[in-house]
Design a protein around this ligand. Structure first.
Ligand SMILES: [Zn+2]
Ligand SMILES: [Zn+2]
Length: 233
């Protein structure tokens, strides 16, 4: 589905309404995250609907490395030959060398994420491992995107900003499933970092807001984040 010109959203129910994004700036495609299923069929279907091929993907960037976002990575890397980018803190997770840091065992709102917390902590579901080609840092440019280091949900969590389209990809710092929230509390590893990251994201004048779980917002992104931050004061 095309959320706005050049911004394609793909999703699946497995992995808690997880979303990934294909961005077309006319110079080739940039893929952000890869959904849950290891066959990457949703991303491949969207490519076909766009009249594109896997080789048209020039960059694959990971917001962070929870299982829901990494399923299709190995297959898409093989099919596209594109370099994979992530923060250094997440790269050994992608390579399968380390399990994700455990999150809270306790229920926190939204309570529908509680079973997901347990699944993460039990480390029962694994993705096909991939070696990260490039470590990225705050301010780096990849395709049309500027990297925004936004830790808190995880230590190497990244957001991405496409200024010309006023697009913010907030990763799991913000969610719209099961409702709009400033992240899932039970998954936030460092609340202070998370708060700081949210204030940075709110400063970006985004219109389109794409998030890791739940539907994207086509309009009013920054205003929505600012209002939610004001409401929790
Ligand atoms: Zn996550
Ligand atoms: Zn997630």
């Amino acid at each position: 589905m095309e959320v706005a010109p050049g911004i394609h959203s793909m999703w699946q129910k497995n992995g808690a309404y997880v979303h990934a994004f294909l961005l077309d700036d006319g110079q080739g495609l940039t893929l952000v995250d890869t959904l849950y299923d290891t066959d990457a069929h949703r991303v491949l279907d969207e490519l076909e609907a766009m009249g594109k091929k896997p080789e048209d993907i020039k960059h694959i960037i990971m917001t962070h490395c929870h299982r829901s976002h990494m399923g299709g990575l190995a297959r898409l890397q093989q099919m596209s030959g594109a370099p994979v980018y992530a923060h250094e803190w997440e790269s050994d997770l992608i390579a399968g060398e380390r399990a994700a840091q455990p999150v809270s065992w306790l229920p926190h709102p939204p309570y529908r994420t509680w079973p997901l917390q347990i699944v993460l902590n039990l480390n029962v579901s694994h993705h096909p491992p991939v070696t990260v080609d490039n470590y990225v840092h705050d301010g780096d440019r990849i395709g049309p995107l500027t990297v925004v280091f936004a830790p808190g949900h995880s230590p190497g969590h990244l957001a991405f900003w496409w200024p010309e389209r006023r697009l913010l990809i907030a990763g799991d710092a913000v969610c719209t499933w099961p409702s709009f929230r400033l992240g899932w509390r039970g998954f936030t590893l460092n609340r202070k970092q998370h708060e700081r990251s949210l204030h940075r994201l709110a400063e970006l004048d985004s219109e389109v807001l794409c998030v890791g779980h739940g539907e994207p917002l086509a309009t009013g992104g920054a205003a929505r984040i600012r209002a939610a931050l004001d409401a929790q004061k």
